[in-house]
Design a protein around this ligand. Structure first.
Ligand code: AMP
Length: 416
């Protein structure tokens, strides 16, 4: 299937060619024809799958065909974070080149002046984060009664960030039909489907077509992977050691929990390593500051939870460190996919303690690849049989830091 066969116009196809898009991604192949036929969509896909184009391209085409030149907002895209909202706005800019579609993005934490000026001049597509949208709705700058296309992006992250009440308030103002009798079309995207997500989707969608893309299972060949077996209590010391030993100046470190992310960032800072944590409990401003500091390399280590890190695009990231091993093997693949992009080399290091060895085994199964074990570090733990055993009962005596074990296994081994 090419873009033309999905029903996109020659002009849009030419724009995509100009952007270097040769073929549609699976989510685009599945979603675009249905959106063009005015169906509601329940899309299960993560950032990085091309889902922005999956909703933006058909909306642009439908808006262009609708040819209604007026100042009413016709499409609303709700996104959880400022970074994602900006990325979506840039996609609308790129994809709608030459079609005269007016779009803008609004988010909190900055003056509303420029945003309200643009809104006064009239836009067709509004991309917004929930808080600023509600604020400008209350002030009368945004009216939703002409919305024909509503996109809720990263719904699971919205809920994780505590936006459910804001979302409900926005939904309450959406028309089922515009004053011109046009039925509203809703496109709902989430990376995961939980009961809470299904309830939210049910309140919004009419006979939706469900589209989903299977999670990626193959890490890029350009990512060198290695695992350190280590006692849980020694992970902090190991992280400091690895950062200093390998002279790492720019690394994304993943933890499983928000509190864990805070703890790791604090510990690194205490040790003179510039680090910040980002997660759902941090304010929008704090997250943006941390991310910008990291991109500009004022911060060496960004510690993130999986949900907070989604959608973050960092060029030239050479190190990803899994401070904790994710429970889902697919998450590992997503995490390490942050590095080794665009043909560049990247390194993904994982710190695995006893209770995580079963997760490591699942990862190895999914990626069908050997992972190098690093033994020459000061905080070794038992391995390599660890990869084949399940979680260790809590009453099992834990091994301490023991260099003899490291010697026993030599310098480097492969997971069998
Ligand atoms: P998204 O999941 O929407 O954040 O997209 C991830 C990245 O893939 C973005 O940098 C897009 O520009 C890019 N992209 C989206 N669709 C395609 C495509 N069909 N071919 C090549 N790149 C694409």
């Amino acid at each position: 299937m090419n873009f033309k066969e999905l029903g996109l116009t020659d002009q849009i196809c030419a724009t995509l060619k100009g952007l270097g898009y040769e073929n549609p991604t699976p989510i685009q192949t599945q979603a675009i024809p249905h959106v063009l036929k005015h169906s509601d969509i329940f899309g299960v896909a993560q950032t990085g799958t091309g889902k922005t184009a999956a909703f933006a391209l058909p909306i642009i085409q439908l808006l262009h065909a609708g040819n209604s030149r007026n100042n009413n907002i016709k499409a609303l895209v709700l996104a959880p974070t400022r970074e994602l909202a900006i990325q979506i706005d840039e996609s609308f800019r790129d994809y709608s080149k030459g079609l005269g579609i007016r779009h803008t993005v609004i988010f909190g934490g900055v003056s509303q002046h420029n945003q309200t000026n643009t809104l006064r001049r009239g836009v067709d597509v509004l991309i917004a984060t929930p808080g600023r949208l509600l604020d400008l709705m209350q002030q009368g700058f945004v009216k939703l009664n002409h919305i024909q296309y509503f996109v809720l992006d990263e719904a699971d992250r919205m809920l994780d960030m505590g936006f459910i009440n804001d979302i409900r308030k926005v939904i309450a103002k959406l028309p089922t039909k515009t004053p011109d009798g046009i039925q509203r079309q809703t496109l709902f995207f989430s990376a995961t489907t939980t009961p809470e997500i299904s309830v939210l989707a049910d309140t919004l969608l009419r006979n939706p077509v469900k589209v989903s893309v299977t999670p990626v299972s193959t890490p890029a060949e350009t990512v060198n992977q290695a695992v350190y077996y280590v006692d849980k209590d020694n992970k902090r010391s190991l992280l400091k050691h690895v950062i200093q030993d390998k002279q790492i100046h720019h690394a994304l470190v993943f933890t499983r929990t928000k509190r864990g992310a805070d703890r790791v960032a604090k510990e690194l800072t205490k040790n003179g390593i510039a680090a910040e944590a980002i997660h759902g409990d941090k304010s929008q401003n704090a997250r943006v500051r941390a991310l910008e500091g990291f991109k500009k390399r004022k911060i060496n280590v960004l510690v993130a939870t999986d949900i907070a890190a989604r959608g973050i695009d960092i060029d030239d990231l050479s190190f990803v460190i899994n401070y904790e091993i994710p429970e889902l093997a697919e998450t590992y693949v997503h995490r390490i996919g942050r590095t080794g992009r665009a043909g560049k080399n990247g390194v993904a290091l994982s710190f695995c303690c006893d209770e995580e060895s079963a997760y490591m085994r699942d990862i190895k199964k999914l990626i069908k690849k050997e992972i190098e074990i690093v033994n020459n570090h000061p905080f070794p733990n038992l391995q390599p049989n660890t990869t084949e055993r399940g979680p260790v009962p809590s009453n099992k005596k834990k091994s301490g830091s023991n260099n003899n074990k490291a010697r026993r296994f030599g310098k480097k081994q492969k997971v069998k």
